[in-house]
Design a protein around this ligand. Structure first.
Ligand SMILES: Cc1cc2nc3c(=O)[nH]c(=O)nc-3n(C[C@H](O)[C@H](O)[C@H](O)COP(=O)(O)OP(=O)(O)OC[C@H]3O[C@@H](n4cnc5c(N)ncnc54)[C@H](O)[C@@H]3O)c2cc1C
Length: 492
């Protein structure tokens, strides 16, 4: 496989730098590590079979499966609500999603759960013309016209063809075994893009699309990690697209409503406002210490974002491969906003409300008005460096720049919204950013195999551990179900 970039095999690549830290060879974390160790337990821990840390979709999926198989489970959740990175909010009297929201046709486990719990989806509204603004050129058109000047589209198509060829051969369960894995992991996405096109409009569009998807800049993401992520969601088109892609449907009344429905099956097994600070294990079991009490169990499933999992104290200490993996997976940054108008007035002009732009502060917004057609809702994001600039600032400041942006595209009628809300995810202590973490160069080949390798009695869930739709709700559900199956195998 060729990357069309000649990477000289220097002795000191970024990957080798990680190797020098002693991380190049992941050890198997066998339960043997626990033999002979004994941990002093705090006074009278409560007994259960499995403790699940975190009640996001991964923790809920894991706990639900275990409870359905007759296991005694306790779920410890830090927040006062379930759903994690899927969170409800109120806009003009309607419940909307401030976190994860869209679902696509190949996200089959999520679609099955929505059906099982009677939660209806609706297609993303796309009837009419959208606006694409690339390098100062604004085009209003139906379908996938990117506002390219004549001649740029073939360059874009050629680049995507090359990219999709690289994506197609990534072994999604073990991307570190890809042909040329080290070469691919030694460079950033930015380096690959610039080595493969000099077309400014194409580069700017790619940067915008990737920033919007990864909530990180292309110079921060390893090419191999990028290819793996795209493969895990099929390919570039499926990840980026609304029609038939990851943004095909949303849920009127919120995707979040699925989380309390799943949690209802857990009853008293769910303990809220119970941040976990410490997990100890020995040959007899695992002890999980939270602000709401201490539990002794046979197994624990840690179902929280990898960087946050590193904030828990472990005894014995985590193996260095796992610990340093978490230090090399920084969370992305995103602030999600919603603006409400009396009605979706843009529709009267034949517009579908979809705007994509490479200009700061937002890569654009989409029309997610309720199916009744009133009020009119636009939803969008500040991402990556643009979110970092606005995190921790008063919401009014962000509202001002976003409303101005809508006015830029839709005219003075947009100046007086009836409501605005946003969610500053980097300021949230139980996510510390979103949508999720990415890997920089050298990390996936050196440390990737530790993503879901259990450590003694501790099993890892969370969307980042899923080879399928990693980073999405679908990945979270699959990871929880995989961790529950691992635990069941060990409880036999
Ligand atoms: C703005 C935004 C938009 C998104 N859009 C989409 C989308 O449209 N479609 C899609 O599929 N995905 C989307 N995502 C991603 C999706 O929401 C996540 O991939 C998914 O929800 C992750 O679930 P999880 O269970 O892996 O982790 P989380 O949801 O992060 O769950 C972890 C839980 O653990 C808890 N926790 C953390 N630390 C501790 C501790 N020490 N002790 C106890 N509990 C703890 C947290 O409070 C949280 O409830 C979006 C995310 C965001 C933020």
């Amino acid at each position: 496989m060729s990357t069309d970039k000649t990477t000289s095999k220097t002795e000191f690549t970024r990957r080798n730098a990680l190797k020098l830290l002693g991380l190049g060879t992941a050890g198997v974390l066998a339960e043997d590590v626990l033999h002979g160790t004994e941990v002093a337990s705090p006074s009278s821990p409560q007994a259960t079979e499995v403790v699940v840390v975190g009640a996001g979709f991964s923790g809920l999926a894991a706990a639900r499966n275990l409870v359905r198989q007759g296991r005694k489970v306790i779920v410890l959740e830090a927040r006062d609500r379930v759903g994690g990175r899927v969170k409800p909010g109120k806009l003009a009297g309607h419940t909307i999603d401030l976190g994860g929201m869209w679902v696509g046709p190949s996200q089959t486990r999520l679609l099955e759960l929505l059906q099982e719990y009677g939660v209806k989806t609706t297609p993303q509204f796309l009837a009419g013309k959208d606006i694409m603004e690339i390098t100062g050129r604004r085009v209003t058109a139906e379908g996938e016209d990117f506002g390219f000047a004549p001649g740029d589209q073939p360059d874009y198509d050629r680049l995507l063809e090359k990219l999709n060829a690289l994506v197609a051969v990534i072994p999604v369960e073990a991307p570190w075994t890809a042909a040329n894995a080290e070469e691919l992991d030694d460079m950033t996405v930015d380096e690959w893009l610039r080595a493969n096109t000099q077309n400014k409009a194409v580069l700017s569009l790619m940067n915008m699309e990737i920033r919007a998807t990864f909530t990180a800049e292309t110079y921060q993401i390893s090419l191999l990690y990028f290819l793996f992520y795209l493969r895990s969601g099929n390919n570039f088109d499926k990840i980026m697209s609304f029609k038939n892609g990851a943004q095909a449907f949303h849920v009127p009344g919120s995707m979040h409503q699925l989380a309390p429905k799943m949690a209802a099956e857990l009853g008293k097994a769910l303990v809220m406002q119970a941040p976990v600070h410490e997990i100890s294990q020995d040959a007899k079991g695992v002890i999980v210490v939270s602000e709401k009490g201490t539990w002794h169990a046979n197994r624990a499933i840690v179902a929280i974002p990898i960087p946050l999992a590193a904030r828990i104290a472990y005894r014995p200490e985590l193996p260095p491969e796992r610990d340093i993996l978490s230090e090399h997976m920084p969370m992305g940054s995103v602030i999600k906003y919603w603006v409400a108008y009396e009605k979706p007035f843009w529709r009267d002009r034949g517009m579908n409300g979809l705007v994509l732009s490479d200009e700061p502060p937002t890569s654009g917004f989409a029309d997610c008005s309720p199916p009744e057609g009133k009020p009119g809702f636009l939803v969008g994001f500040f991402e990556a460096s643009r979110a970092i600039r606005f995190t921790g600032r008063p919401m009014e400041e962000r509202k001002k720049v976003i409303v101005q942006r809508v006015v830029d595209f839709f005219g003075p009628e947009a100046a007086n919204p009836i409501d605005y809300i946003d969610c500053d995810w980097p300021s949230d202590p139980w996510s510390r950013g979103c949508y999720g973490p990415s890997m920089g160069p050298g990390v996936l080949t050196s440390l990737g195999k530790n993503l879901r390798t259990s450590f003694g009695r501790i099993h890892w869930a969370g969307t980042e551990t899923s080879p399928v739709w990693t980073g999405y709700i679908e990945g979270a559900i699959r990871s929880g179900e995989r961790a529950a199956a691992e635990v069941m195998d060990n409880l036999k």
